[in-house]
Design a protein around this ligand. Structure first.
Ligand code: MG
Length: 386
């Protein structure tokens, strides 16, 4: 029986993780959760999982209220509470399904304690991948990516010799606006942006998919997870999102992973420590497919992806700035304050104002993140049309 802490229990990945744990209650027990804004869902989760011993909430007021209501459960609150939850709750795996920078310190804390980390919060690797890897080396913790592309790459790389591999090829849908002209992008609405062509996901990642910042993050994620250089991690636009990624070998042959566009496949693979298990998802019907389509990547259409390349080349603290400026800009777009095309403008301006620290410590990363947040807010204020 594997005891699990689930951070970000009410998001898209969090809910699907709950379902898998419940469907496999002989293998998993949910012992701790964290909830952000959707605290109204807490009672439902507690009634589904009597195994829950600890809960971390975002706000102090909610903490006081629920602590009194459920005296047998240990409650924590705030960002610090996420770390206390992990420290004080006995478990063997933490599933990190938080969104944004807030996921970084819990990820680092998890692997520092030698606990296995199932990671949907790819931002953790973007901002502090080196530090996370150093801790893993020290403690022997394992990292399993909850990301369809990286799950696919893990499967294709299994048992292969590194010298036989030419490139990793990450597929990308091209997002909500892949068929829009550059002119049309100037005036797209939030509703249009939230319509992803093939995956159903949370709001932040759906916007990151439209701008392809998500793909930039996934390149960084792949470099850290599999130890390849930037020029060996390629991106291929693929409309149907059925080929989840490919490995290209030195003899020009490929291995790819094909499957349904259902995140449960990747979640289950991570929970079972990179192995397959019976899963109740709709299988693919190849006879109903209208072919597989691919497009050439046009970076002019995806300035955020160009900025991700720039941050990767700069290295050190630059990806941390990339992440925070993007986070601020995307939430500002989601609130209707700035235009879709302003997202890349904010990121670009913050990134070029940053002086890179080549090997940032944890403290450096926290400072750089705060600096990037303030700088982004300053630029956003200028762009907002009140
Ligand atoms: Mg992905």
């Amino acid at each position: 029986m594997k005891e699990i802490i689930l951070l970000g229990a009410t998001g898209s990945i969090g809910k699907q993780t709950q379902d898998i744990i419940l469907d496999n209650s002989n293998d998993f027990s949910l012992v701790g959760i964290s909830i952000g804004n959707q605290v109204n869902l807490l009672e439902g989760i507690i009634s589904r999982f009597s195994s829950i011993k600890s809960v971390c909430l975002k706000n102090y007021q909610d903490f006081l209220e629920y602590k009194e209501k459920y005296p047998s459960i240990n409650f924590y609150y705030g960002d610090e509470g996420l770390l206390e939850l992990i420290t004080n709750t006995s478990c063997s795996m933490v599933v990190n399904a938080l969104v944004g920078f807030v996921g970084f310190l819990p990820s680092l804390h998890t692997v520092s304690k030698g606990l296995d980390l199932a990671l949907a919060n790819k931002e953790s690797l973007v901002v502090g991948g080196e530090l996370i890897k150093q801790e893993i080396k020290k403690t022997g913790a394992h990292l399993y990516a909850i990301d369809s592309e990286h799950c696919a790459l893990s499967k294709c790389l299994e048992g292969k010799k590194k010298e036989d591999i030419k490139n990793l090829v990450i597929t990308a849908s091209g997002g909500s606006f892949r068929d829009y002209s550059l002119n049309e992008l100037e005036n797209v609405t939030l509703k249009e942006a939230l319509k992803h062509p093939s995956w159903s996901m949370g709001n932040k990642i759906t916007i990151d998919s439209a701008t392809m910042m998500n793909k930039g993050f996934e390149i960084i994620e792949a470099m850290h997870l599999f130890g390849f250089s930037l020029d060996q991690v390629k991106v291929l636009l693929h409309d149907e999102s059925i080929i989840h990624s490919l490995v290209e070998f030195i003899d020009n042959s490929y291995l790819c992973d094909i499957g349904p566009t259902d995140m449960k496949v990747a979640i289950s693979y991570a929970l079972y420590q990179n192995s397959r298990h019976l899963l109740n998802v709709e299988p693919l019907d190849f006879t109903k497919l209208n072919g597989l389509h691919f497009r050439k990547l046009d970076l002019e259409r995806y300035p955020c992806l160009s900025l991700a390349y720039e941050a990767i080349r700069k290295g050190g603290s630059a990806p941390c700035v990339l992440n925070r400026s993007n986070e601020e800009a995307v939430y500002s777009f989601l609130k209707g304050e700035i235009k879709y095309t302003d997202i890349s403008k904010v990121v670009q301006e913050v990134l070029s104002a940053h002086e890179v620290i080549s090997s940032p410590t944890k403290e450096d990363i926290i400072k750089v993140d705060t600096w990037a947040k303030n700088k982004s807010e300053e630029i956003i204020r200028r762009l907002v049309k009140w």
